[in-house]
Design a protein around this ligand. Structure first.
Ligand code: GCU
Length: 676
């Protein structure tokens, strides 16, 4: 279970002839702890791909084959400014390609910093793993987003909030004395896809993580991750001044509270000099926050930001706020609170916004905060753990969903702006940029519970690095690195991956339906659920009645739509113009509303649910046909889970359709399998 870093043996003889000599002569133009981990990676890769221990030339430059170093290191020795100019590639970028020197050619990987060299090495190894290596190829690459971050929702007792892959990999009990080898594999995997920041603990935070004992434990992890370019963040509980500081208040304007955060933060940096900063969930779902003291989110965030600023730390403050007592439509809450605070947050604050306004639904339109503020750094939060998408039981490839969100046009600040352009700064102008993903990693042998959960971890890193990559490109890389390059394996798994998200949307919540899952566990269907709070009933979201179905968020309803740019308001206010995938998200419509297909809304709902089941069945059949191509262990693991997925897709379809039929009182379309 080496993830995508299994490095299977190179079988192609031509590739082998090209690669083999390279592993006999690596030359590093300097020293760095990051170069030590590069050597370790090359040792693993050399052994596994070629059965060969790499040779590192120290003195004999002329006998080497592969050169590695920073631009500065190389140019000091060789004066190479002419051939390699990577200044524009920023702190993390790299260049690789052949360099001619004194009549010989050397394959060279160069970065502005050692970490760029590591990223380049992983990219080079990937070209070997995917059969794309070309010794004449020149390539440069750099990330579009500065912080590419995993958010673990891991508790100190090792349970994981919405974790479906076992327990937390952080063994706080044995830290700081014992280093689990998994920490290193975890760092390798993250670095290989460009992830450079991790928040170790649950956003529903425990203040104990900020005590001296836990700082010592976190320091060990930070030391392990540092050569891999990964910075540690921790979640800060807003009431920590009371809980671990012995104060009577956590009021952010209280001088003692200000001093508490300053001292705590200084102490943290004495253990972890490059500590990333804090991630905070405040005044959300019962978490403490500034509202208890009649202070707003900016006042709350700024006290922590000020404590971090002298150390160049970053404060990430979440915008996942809603109030079940007040909200007529929870969709609107974040904009109502955060838009008036635009410009009031310190420069080192990033507001972390979920991709949609409700909560990681199978499909959501992008969050209306993107494009709504001018002077606030916004980061995006995706959820890799599939809380509402079959958890670790179902195969749902999330890259197409993230791609859809990132490419959505916001029409603000300019008519060409997209969500991606807001968060990478190209449209918004912000310098501090962030893409975060809620981790799906745990102690399970395969790391992610479902083998294909690995594809989502991989895809998140790749999209955070470069959101212009397509889901198909990412799928192709992951499949080759995980299952090899046989064309049949490649094309079938590719089709399975790329169709899986739409399938899940169809059999769970098609046409803009949302939040109709079972209460609390969030797993199976539950459109009939009447839960403990007004906004926790599924009825609040689907609003089915004898007349029709859907949530009216246009001006005649909650007007959440009015929080988007006028271009979107105009297009989406009209049920005949809005993309049908968002129809019931914004409209309450009669069961007989005529769809683009000419069929009624009721019929289309039935057809979508049925299509979801059919695709799930096809995924299962397609996988079964690969039995002879895939090792029995992984084959059987996925085969069993796909069988469960098909029966659960049927469960979703049958129960949702039968339930909605009690309002619609119409027969199911003839062409679908009749639910029972
Ligand atoms: C969801 C999830 C919670 C989580 C919350 C959050 O509501 O169910 O477990 O704490 O999101 O993102 O803060």
């Amino acid at each position: 279970y080496g993830l995508w870093l299994d490095y299977s043996p190179v079988e192609n003889p031509q590739l082998k002839t090209q690669i083999d000599p390279l592993f006999s002569g690596f030359f590093f133009f300097g020293e760095s702890p990051t170069y030590d981990v590069i050597r370790k990676e090359l040792d693993i890769a050399g052994q596994k791909m070629l059965g060969k221990t790499p040779i590192y030339s120290k003195e004999r430059l002329a006998q080497s084959k592969v050169w590695l170093g920073t631009r500065e290191q190389l140019s000091q020795v060789l004066g190479l400014q002419q051939q390699v100019d990577i200044r524009d590639l920023g702190e993390d970028g790299f260049w690789m390609g052949p360099i001619d020197f004194q009549g010989k050619t050397y394959f060279t990987i160069v970065g502005n910093r050692p970490i760029g060299v590591l990223y380049g090495v992983f990219d080079w190894l990937k070209t070997i793993q995917t059969g794309a290596f070309d010794p004449r190829l020149q390539k440069s690459d750099s990330p579009k987003v500065r912080l590419r971050m995993l958010n673990h929702w891991d508790n100190l007792d090792r349970t994981v909030e919405r974790g479906y892959a076992g327990f937390s990999i952080w063994d706080w009990h044995k830290l700081p004395g014992y280093i689990d080898p998994r920490y290193i594999d975890y760092a390798r995997a993250n670095a290989s896809i460009g992830i450079n920041a991790v928040s170790l603990t649950n956003v529903n935070a425990n203040a104990r993580i900020l005590t001296t004992d836990f700082m010592k434990k976190a320091k060990v992890l930070a030391d392990i991750f540092r050569p891999y370019g990964i910075k540690v963040f921790l979640t800060a509980r807003f009431s920590a001044p009371i809980e671990i500081g012995g104060l009577k208040t956590a009021d952010p304007l209280d001088p003692e509270v200000i001093a508490f955060w300053k001292n705590k933060t200084d102490e943290m940096y004495s253990f972890i000099p490059d500590f990333g900063g804090y991630l905070v969930k405040a005044n959300s779902e019962g978490q403490p926050g500034p509202h208890e003291y009649q202070r707003n989110h900016a006042e709350g965030a700024n006290v922590l930001a000020d404590a971090l600023a002298p150390h160049d730390g970053i404060l990430i403050w979440r915008a996942f706020v809603y109030s079940h007592e007040l909200d007529e439509d929870r969709h609107k809450h974040a904009n109502l609170e955060f838009e008036p605070l635009d410009g009031k947050f310190r420069e080192n604050v990033i507001i972390q916004v979920k991709n949609g306004a409700i909560d990681f639904m199978p499909r959501e339109p992008f969050h209306p905060l993107f494009g709504a503020v001018k002077s606030t750094n916004l980061g995006i939060e995706f959820q890799i753990t599939q809380e509402y998408l079959g958890q670790a039981t179902q195969l749902v490839f999330l890259a197409p969903m993230w791609e859809e969100v990132l490419r959505s046009r916001t029409y603000r600040p300019t008519s060409a702006s997209t969500v991606a352009g807001i968060i990478d700064g190209s449209d918004s102008g912000q310098k501090l940029t962030l893409m975060a993903g809620v981790s799906n990693i745990g102690t399970d042998r395969n790391w992610t519970g479902h083998l294909f959960g690995q594809a989502n971890w991989y895809a998140f890193g790749r999209q955070a690095w470069d959101h212009s990559l397509t889901s198909a490109q990412i799928a192709d890389e992951w499949i080759k690195m995980t299952f090899g390059q046989k064309p049949e394996v490649l094309s079938k798994i590719n089709e399975i991956l790329l169709g899986s998200h739409e399938a899940a949307v169809n059999y769970m919540m098609p046409l803009g339906l949302h939040h109709i899952m079972g209460w609390d566990h969030h797993y199976g269907p539950g459109p009939w659920v009447t839960g403990g709070r007004p906004d926790w009933t599924a009825l609040y979201y689907h609003q089915a009645d004898s007349m029709g179905i859907g949530f009216d968020r246009t001006a005649s309803g909650s007007d959440a739509l009015g929080q988007y740019a006028p271009e979107l308001v105009n297009a989406y206010a009209d049920p005949n113009q809005i993309p049908e995938k968002y129809l019931l998200w914004f409209h309450h419509l009669p069961w007989d509303f005529e769809m683009k297909s000419g069929k009624t809304l009721w019929e289309e709902i039935g057809l979508h649910y049925d299509q979801g089941v059919k695709t799930a069945r096809k995924m299962k059949e397609s996988w079964s046909s690969l039995e002879s191509e895939i090792d029995p262990e992984r084959f059987d693991h996925v085969r069993q889970l796909l069988a469960v997925q098909v029966s659960e897709a049927e469960w979703w379809r049958n129960s949702c359709l039968l339930y909605f039929q009690t309002f619609a009182k119409r027969p199911f379309p003839e062409e679908i399998e009749q639910p029972e």
